[in-house]
Write a protein that binds this ligand. Structure first.
Ligand code: HEM
Length: 456
């Protein structure tokens, strides 16, 4: 099926059939219990029921897409927008005026404001900070203590995002506080999204208090960063200056709340996704020592004995392919949702206006119909002569269309640099208390990856 063949019908499509109902639902809860119990397995098995499948979540009908052609078609269509329960709970915690949850003209305007900070030709300017942070991470790994990959991955992800995009000397200490706050907020947020038991989270329990403190600290930190930049009178060429100088649709300066929510909306997706991906990269280097050794050899052949530099990254194709293959099998973003703004058509089926639609990049990227040896860790599948056989949209960890992650180049540059830097210096073993099983949260990551770093 091509993307063209699934373009929305004009006009609407009342005469089209409704998609088949997925099997295995139970009275009252429908498929909800399966989704909560085994979300990854459940979403992956939906492909056996068709390319578009209906799910019952309690009284609600949700539509699931299972083919890359349809997920790409939806991402590229204007018949769908960001909305639905997942986004509403995010807005409640992180703010309503940021780019990640806006739609329509406001979203287009906000994208125009933030996009220049992520342009491909700007990324090398961030190179020295990325190098410094990657080396600092590799250095900390040699402390002799087991490496706590959760906190270290958050630390490096937040420090790079905060130091590159919100520049300033003060960022060192703030980035540290931000990484602690964000790690706690993300843990609690997922719980609040899957079990929306409002009053329960207001009880004065230690876990609730910790979450509330971390969320308050996150918002306070962002206020401090904005106030301090304003007070300094400085206007470095960075994302924060772009936000402070942005104008709304009427040419007026945007409000304080929008500036605040924008900083939050950029820092939060920017930390959890990168941190989870780094955790998986460290897990992959540990689980596949033969691939880690090839990365180290490639780095040595290009770099010799000096430290890896930002400019080296584009000369390290194998290292880059290890990063891509790790993101294929362990995508940080494992579930995405949209809402139909109008009655429309997908895969020959009628999708009513207001329908919630869900799909899983995890399932799409592990589909045996798209990948030979779909569960094998095989970085060479991304060599140009083989990559051309991968169906369109079967590997879109940053999505496509108007909601595509603005940070794809920024993220790939740092992930490859970090992988090259740590793999060329260390081999890894899990220590006995480590648990690398998949933990499903807002992103996918290992439960608690604890590694011993051994000199290579
Ligand atoms: C959106 C993935 C890193 C900022 C997205 C989306 C995906 C994604 C799949 C689209 C969501 C949707 O379609 O609903 C990733 C992955 C990352 C990463 C896999 C790293 C491995 C970052 C970083 C930043 C960032 C480092 C910022 C510093 C954003 C923002 C959006 C977004 C602001 C919302 C864009 C919009 O709605 O217009 N990301 N992301 N991401 N990402 Fe990323």
């Amino acid at each position: 099926m091509t993307v063209e063949s699934v373009k929305p019908a004009q006009p609407a499509a009342p005469q089209l059939p409704v998609p088949p109902l997925a099997g295995g639902g139970v009275p009252v809860l429908g498929h909800g219990w399966k989704l909560v119990r085994d979300p990854l397995g459940f979403l992956a098995r939906l492909r056996d029921h068709g390319d578009v499948v209906r799910l019952k979540l309690g009284p609600k009908t949700v539509y699931a897409l299972t083919s890359p052609a349809l997920t790409g078609a939806m991402a590229l269509s204007t018949d769908f927008k960001i909305d639905g329960p997942l986004w509403e709970s995010l807005e409640g915690l992180l703010g309503k005026e940021g780019v990640a949850t806006a739609n329509g003209p406001r979203h287009r305007r906000q994208r125009r404001t933030i996009q220049p900070a992520f342009r491909l030709d700007i990324i090398p300017e961030y190179g020295p900070i990325m190098e410094e942070e990657a080396r600092a991470l590799a250095e900390r790994m040699g402390s002799g203590e087991p490496v706590d990959c959760t906190s270290e991955s958050f630390r490096v992800a937040v420090r790079i995002a905060a130091r590159c995009l919100l520049r300033g000397e003060f960022m060192d200490e703030r980035a540290e506080r931000l990484s602690v706050a964000l790690a706690t907020v993300f843990r609690g947020m997922y719980r609040r999204m899957v079990i929306p038991a409002g009053p329960l989270y207001r009880l004065p329990l230690p876990a609730n208090r910790k979450f509330d403190r971390a969320l308050a600290d996150l918002h306070l930190l962002v206020d401090e960063i904005v106030a301090e930049r304003r007070a300094s009178g400085q206007k470095p060429n960075d994302l924060l200056t772009a936000l402070l100088e942005a104008k709304d649709e009427n040419g007026e300066p945007i409000g304080e709340q929008e500036i605040h929510d924008q900083v939050v909306a950029i820092l939060t997706p920017g930390s959890e996704t990168v941190a989870s991906t780094i955790m998986w990269l460290l897990q992959v280097l540990t689980e596949h020592p033969e691939h880690a050794a090839r990365v180290a050899e490639e780095v040595k052949s290009v770099v010799g004995d000096r430290p890896v530099a930002f400019d080296d990254v584009r000369k390290l194709p194998y290292t880059n392919n290890v990063v891509v293959e790790s993101m294929r099998l362990r995508p940080a973003v494992w579930i995405l949702t949209r809402r139909a703004v109008t009655e429309t058509e997908l895969g020959g089926y009628r999708i009513p206006a207001g329908a919630d639609i869900v799909y899983s990049p995890f399932a799409i990227q592990r589909d045996p119909r798209s990948y030979d040896g779909h569960l094998d860790f095989d970085p060479d599948r991304w060599l140009p002569e083989r990559a051309k056989d991968v169906p369109k949209h079967a590997m879109s960890p940053f999505s496509v269309g108007n909601r595509k992650c603005p940070s794809d180049h920024f993220s790939m540059a740092q992930l490859s640099l970090i992988t090259a830097t740590v793999a060329s210096r260390w081999r890894f073993e899990q220590v006995s208390e480590s648990n690398d099983a998949t933990r499903v949260g807002i992103t996918l990551r290992p439960y608690r990856l604890l590694l011993r770093a051994l000199p290579r």
